[in-house]
Design a protein around this ligand. Structure first.
Ligand code: PLP
Length: 487
């Protein structure tokens, strides 16, 4: 596990009362002897000391490693592989597009695959056009999509005659990407080290909507929501609401806290407040969108319509690196009446092959009613998780929607005291599961972005009932190993 050093600084980038930052400590030796250098892999991985497993083939819900191990994919990478691995229909569509047009620059050209994907997402898919989303911008990753969305929101106000709007408000314990701009609006503290000093300064953070950890005892859900909305309002007032561009939030928070949906009424309250001040609502559905929570968009369960939505992961289902910014008519109309252009663009935007691949994935999702299947299988997964883990000593919370579930681990269920950061409960749990043949997604920092552990289970929507049962049985085994280690 990565070793970290906590240092106290003054920062508004954390839970409201927290002022901590994490600095990575060097775990690798300063120099590597020449003989081991020659054996080193040349690909730059996140860790310079640990080598990842090589996957030699993947099909359905399983990964085959070069070690001979067969791994049940319980997290689809990072909630990416929505239709599982090795789908031949997707492969055929990819090859067919390569044979037709492999690349053109979007400044002068378009292709039917890119146009069809935009139409599909906005008009044909169950969650598209009826939400007032009018156009789609395609790029290669969630971080790029969020960067493009931040620029789009700024350009909207610039052309609207409100150039003084320069501030973004986001939430603590959020993750929106790794590029400089998307990281600036993120509050995943470990990932921001050592970049804090070069990130955008026109961003502030309010508390996450995270009842398990932050709803006070004796406080009703309604009171908790009112407190969060009041805090957001106060933050808008502090900046001057006429200076704020957008509020950015994940409807169901993924990596930083583990499948945390907001309390009932929170997003409706946020929408109302944004409308009051003309602030744009940007919902980041890169992890929780594209059916993952049992509806096409997670915001459909919140009864709100965002101005901007960013999607990624499930859009290409892992078959192609693709993400998108979906924007409302209001934004498109303003740009149309202004410069008549989105002042942004990238070499590989709306890449024809990428779009054809994503379209093939999405057609399968629709034809096989996989979003509905995700909702149904999600009910089964939640029941299995509740039945298996509710009574466990170190399991504090089990939460999620659709096939997007997390288990939060605490040292003490009554006080919700977390494990010490050096304990690495979530990481060890994930390692145990992996050794047993199950891949799950670990997470730390559920409390104040620093302490606390969780694990995410986000299997493909195509996972069989048998494999889902197997997954939960292996999770239990992994948990028991870690509980025994600590006893
Ligand atoms: N936004 C959210 C909610 C995410 O979960 C992620 C990735 O985990 C991103 C943005 C960044 O996406 P990418 O890693 O494709 O750049």
């Amino acid at each position: 596990a990565p070793s970290v050093l906590l240092e106290t600084i003054s920062s508004n980038d954390g839970a409201s009362t927290t002022s901590t930052r994490i600095a990575a400590t060097a775990t690798a030796p300063a120099t590597v002897p020449p003989e081991s250098r020659s054996q080193e892999r040349r690909l730059m991985h996140r860790s310079l000391t640990e080598s990842p497993y090589e996957v030699i083939s993947a099909s359905g819900s399983y990964l085959h490693l070069s070690t001979g191990a067969l791994i049940l994919d319980g997290c689809g990478g990072a909630a990416v592989a929505i239709i599982g691995h090795g789908n031949e229909e997707v492969m055929a569509a990819t090859v067919a597009q390569m044979q037709k047009v492999s690349y053109v620059h979007t400044l002068s050209y378009t292709t039917s695959s890119a146009e069809d994907l935009a139409n599909f997402i906005l008009e044909v898919s169950p969650g598209g056009f009826q939400h007032g989303l009018e156009k789609a911008y395609f790029c290669g990753s969630g971080s790029e999509a969020n960067d493009a969305a931040l620029k789009l929101a700024r350009q909207y106000f610039y052309e609207k005659g409100e150039p003084q709007r320069k501030f973004f408000v986001s939430r603590a314990q959020s993750y929106h990407g790794n590029s400089v701009a998307s990281m600036s609006v993120s509050s995943n503290l470990p990932r921001k080290v050592p970049y804090q000093d070069i990130l955008m300064r026109n961003v502030s953070f309010v508390s996450p909507a995270y009842a398990y950890q932050y709803q006070r005892s004796g406080e009703t859900e309604q009171e908790y929501v009112a407190r969060l909305i009041a805090e957001l309002d106060a933050e808008f007032q502090r900046i001057g609401p006429e200076n704020v561009i957008s509020f950015i939030a994940e409807p169901v928070v993924g990596a930083t806290s583990g499948c945390v949906a907001a309390p009932k009424g929170y997003f409706a309250g946020v929408r109302k407040l944004c409308d009051k001040y003309g602030i744009l609502l940007h919902l980041d559905e890169i992890m929780c969108g594209m059916g993952r929570t049992g509806t096409y968009f997670a915001f459909e369960q919140e009864n709100v319509l965002p101005d901007i939505v960013t999607i990624g992961k499930g859009l290409g289902g892992g078959y192609a690196p693709v993400a998108a910014v979906l924007m409302s008519s209001k934004i498109v109309d303003t740009l149309r009446a202004g410069s008549a252009a989105f002042n942004h663009g990238q070499t590989y935007q709306a890449h024809p092959v990428t779009c054809a691949t994503a379209l093939a994935v999405q057609k399968i999702v629709r034809r096989e009613s996989l979003v509905q299947r995700c909702a149904l299988m999600g009910m089964l997964l939640s029941k299995l998780l509740m039945d298996t883990f509710s009574g466990c000593k170190f399991v504090g919370d089990i939460r999620g929607r659709g096939l997007f579930w997390a288990i939060e681990f605490v040292r003490d269920k009554t006080t919700k005291e977390t494990f010490s950061t050096s304990c690495h409960f979530g990481y060890n749990f994930q390692q145990n599961a992996f050794k047993l043949g199950l891949a799950v997604y670990p997470g730390a920092g559920t409390v104040d972005g620093v302490r606390g552990d969780h694990v995410i289970i986000a299997p493909p929507f195509t996972t069989s009932v048998v494999d889902l049962g197997k997954m939960v049985a292996l999770l239990k085994e992994a948990y028991v190993q870690e509980e025994t280690r600590l006893d």
